[in-house]
Design a protein around this ligand. Structure first.
Ligand code: GLN
Length: 309
């Protein structure tokens, strides 16, 4: 069923687009700096296959930190809960996503959660496979299954651009290696992580992934369980507590749904049992979240009473 353009959503997009002027596109990954700060798009995907959209829906963007939820689900299936949470914690940090501070101040050193870069790098390290290529292909296949789109690829220019400039992420990896949380070659892990972050899609694909989490891991079309319900629920809980970086508390109060953002401007939302949301708006606020994307979710949540609290 094609995604229908929707007038109510169009009005919300027009309203939220005004705020893009107060944001900035991320440019610490140079290739992301090319995005048009005015872009804004949204799609909603429902269990019965209906899909509504508005804005620049043909625009593709890289998942960046949104991929952290997906790798966490894959690794929980690969390794089990005990193994994963022996190496990565479950607590929000209140620090920016790329902070190194708590790694040094906590004893024993262990990343606080899988949604900050240190924790996500440890999670990517745990993806099973024979080689970097094999591990990446397993992840890509999983993303294709979640999105119901076999055409999903990664953006090579963005992956390369991050690989060449990921000095802080390399520092996090060396720290984790010193503390035996990761064992592999740091450049190889950065290669895998930057490809993971560069997986590219539209807001329609992202809404389709959002609904799988909203339905506790069930494929809305086939009814197959893509991941165990328990794992989908762990992922959704992390989306609530840490999904919007160090703005997660305010987001929970104002909007009240599980969501995960990325610095390319994507936000994936999962309204439990109801629908999936995909948003793209590359102008970011000072915490690194899509500024118009958050505005759009605020309007949606208020108009349709979406808060789960
Ligand atoms: N690839 C990005 C990084 O590691 C992802 C960060 C993000 O989206 N917040 O810096």
């Amino acid at each position: 069923m094609p995604c229908k353009s929707n007038d109510e959503l169009k009005e919300l997009v027009n309203e939220a687009r005004k705020i893009t002027k107060s944001g900035r596109v991320a440019d610490y990954i140079p290739a992301l700096g090319k995005a048009n700060p005015n872009d804004l798009s949204i799609a909603l995907n429902f269990p019965d296959g209906r899909c509504f959209s508005a804005g620049d829906i043909e625009k593709k963007f890289s998942l960046q930190s949104i991929s952290k939820v997906i790798t966490l689900a894959l690794v929980l299936m690969d390794r089990g809960k005990e193994y994963v949470f022996e190496r990565v914690g479950m607590e929000p940090t209140g620090d920016p996503f790329n902070s190194i501070a708590k790694l040094e101040s906590m004893a024993p050193s262990k990343p606080l959660n899988p949604m900050i870069n240190a924790g996500a790098l440890a999670v990517t390290h745990m993806i099973k496979g024979e080689s970097i290529e094999d591990r990446f292909q397993r992840l890509l296949q999983f993303v294709r299954e979640l999105s119901g789109n076999d055409g999903i690829q990664f953006n090579q220019e963005i992956a390369r651009s991050e690989y060449d400039t990921a000095h802080l992420n390399r520092a996090l990896c060396y720290f984790l290696k010193q503390h035996h949380i990761i064992e592999e070659d740091v450049d190889e892990l950065i290669d895998l992580y930057t490809k993971q972050c560069a997986i590219e899609m539209s807001c329609l694909d992202l809404a389709r992934i959002g609904i799988v989490f909203a339905l506790d891991g069930k494929d809305p079309q086939t009814g197959n369980q893509i991941m165990p319900a328990k794992i989908a629920r762990i992922c959704k809980t992390f989306m609530v507590t840490c999904g919007m970086y160090n703005a997660s508390g305010e987001f929970a109060i104002k909007i009240g749904i599980p969501a995960k953002s990325g610095v390319a401007g994507g936000i994936m939302g999962s309204v439990p049992g109801k629908f999936g949301i995909g948003i793209f708006g590359p102008a970011l606020d000072d915490k690194g979240n899509s500024i118009a994307g958050i505005k759009l979710l605020e309007l949606l949540s208020k108009n349709y009473n979406l808060s789960m609290f």
